[in-house]
Design a protein around this ligand. Structure first.
Ligand code: TMP
Length: 234
């Protein structure tokens, strides 16, 4: 597939058009940001690792009946994806309290939640991706009622599937962020699923195998991503 014009550059990825109107190439960078790019850095070979980890997870989810934008991994840093129009929402699921939920509710990191939670954030960097609810989504016409229902249904199914997937690798899926897009009228899973977008704690040791190592300056960042890649490649 021929790589053509660059159409978008985000914090971690670049999107290119291809010779197919229905497909884009998603290129994974090594750039790492946190706190809406207030903190910037590089994680050596993150792009390569996240492309491989994400490809593996998308393949698993597709096999389990979740429609995704994934077509195939083209190279170390390139993934061929369906060209979607992104729903401007970040959908966050939590199984264990961590990160912004602890601040929001004044609860301890590591507390297992009595049920999984779902948060919607408005994908708008200049506002710092604020948390919104379904009324806001409808009021701003970000998604229809039917779309919201589909997104919630897929999201909780993905949580169950991914919890099992990671548990088999001795990893606890603490929380994660999803993005969805529209392709030929259907809602499908888009973006990436990687240690940038999930919190992954090793069962037993509690070791953090995700971007919190960068956010919190914990060291051994590349090693943590490498460890996740090694386990998902088993
Ligand atoms: P949070 O605790 O900072 O709200 O993050 C919850 C989860 O969402 C965590 O796994 C990291 C992921 N996430 C992103 O992928 N992108 C973002 O911009 C943010 C804020 C969180």
């Amino acid at each position: 597939m021929q790589k053509r014009k660059q159409i978008y550059e985000g914090k971690a990825k670049i999107l290119y058009e291809t010779d197919s109107p229905d497909h884009l190439i998603q290129y994974f960078k090594d750039d790492a940001t946190a706190f809406n790019a207030a903190k910037k850095g590089t994680i050596v070979d993150k792009g390569v690792m996240n492309n491989k980890i994400s490809s593996r997870i998308f393949q698993f989810l597709e096999k389990e009946g979740i429609p995704t934008h994934f077509e195939k991994q083209l190279s170390d840093r390139e993934m061929l994806v369906k060209r979607v129009s992104i729903v401007p929402l970040e959908v966050i699921v939590r199984n264990v309290a961590a990160g912004s939920l602890c601040k929001l509710l004044g609860i301890a990191e590591g507390r297992r939640l009595a049920c999984s939670t779902l948060e919607f954030c408005f994908k708008e960097d200049k506002l710092n991706d604020p948390m919104i609810n379904e009324y806001h989504i409808r009021a701003l016409e970000l998604a229809s009622d039917a779309d919201i229902e589909t997104i919630k249904r897929y999201t909780f199914k993905i949580n169950e599937l991914m919890k099992g997937f990671f548990k088999a690798l001795n990893i606890d899926l603490v929380d994660f962020k999803l993005e969805f897009g529209r392709f030929k009228g259907q809602i499908i899973l888009a973006d990436e699923i990687s240690p940038d977008t999930c919190r992954l704690w090793e069962v037993g040791t509690g070791a953090k195998l995700d971007k919190d190592r960068f956010r919190r300056d914990l060291g051994n960042i590349e090693e943590a991503y490498q460890e996740v890649l090694a386990r998902v490649s088993r």
